[in-house]
Design a protein around this ligand. Structure first.
Ligand SMILES: [Zn+2]
Ligand SMILES: [Zn+2]
Length: 547
């Protein structure tokens, strides 16, 4: 081990000790030693226990630990701590601005076990009720985490798109005659973007010159025909430069994916005038970029006119208000939905077990219904339905007794607690909830948070079949961190005749905007308008929910 690694191991031991509530005096010697060794001129490698004790500031106890580190690369103490701490919690200790005490609170009070979950919690305003976390702290943690994720290279589609648009707008302003477009994963609307890639017909030296004009762009390098650079010291971007006549061909190739081009037998040396020609010559209709991740036979059978669009959504389902953990009042949420020309809002605040999110007691549910009745008189013909996002408890039951459940217009059933389950347990838990006669929608079926937690494993076919059998709709949660159910399962939903509801899970009025991301990925799965649950207009939805 190098001195640096030894110093880090000691620091981590101290942090984990504090996290687990150890004696601070004992930890102080570890922190001091870590600092001392980091500054030491000579390597500790090969030193005996006696020699280690002669280092200034190193007592016998620490010398024994150093010896252990040098001999086996770790210490028993460190291993014990690591064994009882989830990996993601250890990662959180590395986040700037939150010490071990705060991490312990986040872990124990909010059940947050990774930096990604923490970012999600910041966005949902979850940190504010915790002691020592104000609005400022929450915001600075959020920024640190976004930065960290961006530097690890992968981005949620929503963020990657904003970055790409900034670049495109910049070029359009500087050199409006150039052609520049998104490509690769971005153009295919992938839910996670590993590389932001664009394509332009501008000469690479000219491109370099344009990006050299602003300090926001740095680290400009040329790599074959790619210009690579960084935006705001944070986002890595690549632009492929090509001849204007080659633009469509290069765009086709860069868009990919490789399997699609292989299935089409693309020969890089063949002359291609346009993407349209390329497909026509092979006897296929033009295949939209977002459909190119599907097998060719499926993608070419889809009628693009039938694909869902944002304007097909007639009402907004699964939303939160200040009744639970939302930022806007029910009235504000309703007005905002009406302003978007939607015909109805199905409010689904959290149910009573969701203590972390201000879940509604039975008394509060009844109070909310009163407010809904009043607002409905005021807002007609716009309509608010009385929904709930009911926790699926660990024994699979829903969160209220029957006499309350039966009076909701719609129940979204979702798992929020005890997320660590094997597939068997998860299937069982979901199946029972789907079979509950009050469940209308299965909310975010796997609980995944993109780029931070994979979601519990489920047998998708089994779950979708059960939804069919019990007349339950599957949610495509449109939050850009969720996009759950995964679009790859949409063809199976349609094959079985299960409808999909594209729900924003909005916690503030701006959250309605997320429906667009749901639409983008639904199109990737080929979702047809006929299978979109919330394409129902108000009269149709009233009829559906009356049953
Ligand atoms: Zn939820
Ligand atoms: Zn929700």
């Amino acid at each position: 081990m190098t001195n640096k690694e030894i110093s880090k191991a000691l620091k981590l031991t101290a942090a984990l000790g504090e996290l687990h509530g150890e004696n601070p005096f004992k930890l102080k010697s570890l922190t001091n030693a870590s600092f001392q060794i980091d500054r030491l001129g000579e390597s500790l490698l090969g030193k005996s226990l006696e020699e280690l004790q002669t280092i200034p500031g190193i007592g016998k106890g620490i010398a024994i630990k150093l010896n252990e580190l040098l001999q086996v690369g770790s210490t028993e103490e460190l291993d014990e701590y690591l064994a009882k701490t989830p990996v993601g919690v250890v990662d959180m200790l590395g986040v700037k601005g939150i010490g071990p005490k705060k991490v312990a609170l986040l872990w124990h009070e909010l059940g947050i076990e990774s930096p990604g979950e923490l970012l999600y919690a910041c966005n949902e305003n979850r940190l504010l009720p915790l002691k020592g976390f104000g609005e400022k702290t929450q915001e600075s943690i959020r920024q640190t985490l976004e930065y960290k994720l961006a530097n690890e290279g992968s981005l949620h589609y929503a963020e990657a798109e904003i970055v790409a648009l900034e670049v495109i707008n910049y070029v359009n302003k500087q050199e409006p005659q150039w052609r520049i477009e998104m490509s690769a994963e971005l153009r295919r609307k992938m839910e996670i973007v590993h590389e932001i890639e664009l394509i332009s017909d501008a000469d690479i030296t000219a491109l370099q010159d344009v990006f050299g004009r602003s300090e926001r762009f740095s680290e400009l390098t040329e790599d074959q025909n790619f210009l690579k650079f960084t935006l705001d010291n944070k986002y890595k971007i690549g632009i492929l430069s090509c001849e204007a006549e080659e633009f469509e061909k290069e765009q086709l190739m860069l868009t990919g994916p490789a399997e699609h081009l292989q299935e089409l037998d693309l020969d890089p040396s063949e002359p291609i005038q346009s993407e349209q020609d390329f497909y026509t010559e092979r006897g296929f209709p033009y295949i939209l970029p977002e459909l190119r991740d599907l097998p060719l036979d499926e993608a070419s059978a889809i009628n693009p006119e039938k694909l869902v669009e944002l304007k097909d959504i007639k009402g907004v389902i699964h939303n939160h208000s200040t009744w639970s953990d939302g930022a806007n009042t029910l009235e504000e949420m309703a007005f905002a939905a009406r302003d978007l020309n939607l015909e109805y809002l199905i409010i689904c605040d959290h149910s009573r077990s969701a203590g972390y999110a201000g879940g509604l007691s039975i008394e509060r549910v009844i109070e909310q219904w009163k407010e809904i009745d009043l607002l409905n008189q005021k807002l007609a013909p716009f309509h608010i339905f009385k929904g709930i996002e009911s926790d699926i408890l660990s024994d699979s039951s829903l969160d209220y007794p029957e006499e309350i459940l039966k009076d909701f217009d719609l129940v979204v059933a979702s798992v929020h607690s005890v997320l660590r389950m094997d597939e068997e347990k998860a299937n069982k838990r979901l199946l029972k909830a789907i079979e509950n006669k009050y469940t209308k929608i299965l909310g975010h079926p796997t609980g995944r948070l993109l780029l931070s937690r994979p979601g519990y494993p489920i047998n998708h076919k089994l779950i979708i079949d059960a939804c069919k059998a019990n007349d339950v709709v599957i949610e495509l949660n449109a939050h850009p961190y969720r996009l759950d159910i995964d679009w790859r399962w949409i063809p199976y939903c349609m094959e079985k005749g299960v409808k999909v509801s594209i729900n924003p899970d909005a916690h503030r009025v701006e959250g309605y905007g997320d429906m667009r991301y749901g639409i983008e990925v639904a199109r990737k799965g080929g979702l047809s308008k006929d299978f979109l649950f919330n394409a129902a207009n108000l009269a149709e939805m009233k009829a559906i929910l009356k049953k």
